[in-house]
Design a protein around this ligand. Structure first.
Ligand code: SAM
Length: 217
């Protein structure tokens, strides 16, 4: 999608993807993301984060969170809804909104490198991979792995009949996740469950949850 597509969605408040109560599958599978070694503070990267409430939940679990999001409007709303006033710095790559254990890069994720985001222990991808058209997905997958040193991932995607509805969100099934990531990661599907009410009320869909663990660092 063009950047203008997403900017327009945020400007018109057409954000049906946003879950006001956060995602129940994150809570169910959080132990896959949060460090088993309790001596380390988990640092979770949330690509294409929007203003997800999942950030608030991860922070409440003691995690540090690093987000990346194109829309500054989304990030203004994120901080407003968290009830905190961000520090805003401007860099040649875009603005950074931060407060305590939350840092969000505003701009194109493809411009970020591993120095920008620093060490992260895991990636939480909900509605990020599925937001991208297939022409960008391979580039995204390899970029994400590269800037995080193949960090463990929890991916929540949808599978549905793409001929019935055009994305986004696009249908990203297990075979596609394997194709994108199996060279670098062991891919385990943790769950397939019906998306109650279907996708946008237009098409039956399943939620898929994947856990990716690096083959080597
Ligand atoms: C479907 S939404 C999902 C948001 C969030 N993950 C959630 O679960 O609510 C996809 C988000 O990705 C952002 N986005 C799209 N392309 C991007 C890019 N190249 N870099 C950073 N963010 C991008 C959009 O602005 C949008 O907020």
């Amino acid at each position: 999608m063009e950047h203008s597509f997403w900017h327009s969605k945020w400007q018109k408040n057409e954000i049906g993807f946003h879950e006001p109560k956060g995602n129940a599958l994150l809570v169910k599978y959080a132990e896959k993301l949060l460090e088993p070694d309790t001596s380390k503070i988990p640092r979770i990267f949330v690509p294409l984060c929007g203003k997800t409430r999942d950030i608030s939940w991860l922070l409440s679990q003691g995690a540090e969170v690093v987000g990346a999001e194109l829309s500054e409007l989304a990030i203004e709303q994120l901080f407003e809804e968290l009830g905190v006033s961000p520090n805003i710095t401007t860099t040649p790559k875009g603005k950074i909104y931060s407060k305590d254990t939350l840092t969000v890069f505003v701009g194109d994720i493809f411009k970020l490198n591993s120095q920008d985001i620093g060490d992260v222990s895991a990636i939480y991808d909900r509605a990020a991979l599925v937001a991208l058209p297939d022409t960008l997905r391979a580039q995204y997958a390899s970029h994400l792995a590269q800037i995080t040193n193949n960090a463990t991932q929890l991916i929540i995607s949808f599978e549905y009949d793409q001929s019935i509805m055009a994305g986004p969100p696009f249908s990203v099934n297990e075979r596609m996740v394997d194709t994108l990531y199996a060279d670098k990661y062991h891919v385990t599907r943790l769950e397939r469950s019906e998306l109650i009410g279907g996708l946008k009320g237009k098409v039956d869909a399943d939620n898929l949850v994947f856990h990716l663990v690096a083959k080597q660092k």
